[in-house]
Design a protein around this ligand. Sequence first.
Ligand code: MG
Length: 161
Amino acid sequence: MTNSVRIGQGYDVHAFGDGDHVVLGGVRIAHDCGVLAHSDGDVVIHALCDALLGALALGDIGVHFPPTDPRWQDADSRLFLRHCAALVAERGWRLGNADITVVCERPKVSPHAAAMRANLAADLGVALDDISVKATTSERLGFTGRGEGLAAMAVALLVRA
Ligand code: MG
């Protein structure tokens, strides 16, 4: 790792299923369904973890937290994020900034974006303005448009600590 900056990207999807809330960026959002997932199904954190792991070339979240491992049953994904933050620091990097986009028709994400940013910044030990959370719909097209699930994309830039 000879460069002074590293970039990573992540993408995650979960299908909607039974339940009464979704968890996004560590924020519990009341909803008329939940998501199918082994953990809490937080696509924001899963995409962000994959971006951090990608920047470190350390594989993906499934390698570090196998869905077959009963320890991660209904796990709080913030544990995963804090683990990834520790890996970043251990290897001599720090997060420059991260930008996340949530894709869904519902629930409405923007009212919760500030709380999500605060959670993510706290877990990563960075300032609030180093973390961006945006939301978009897919104009009723595709699986997110049909309300079958939700997705998130993330990019993260690491700089030398
Ligand atoms: Mg996931």
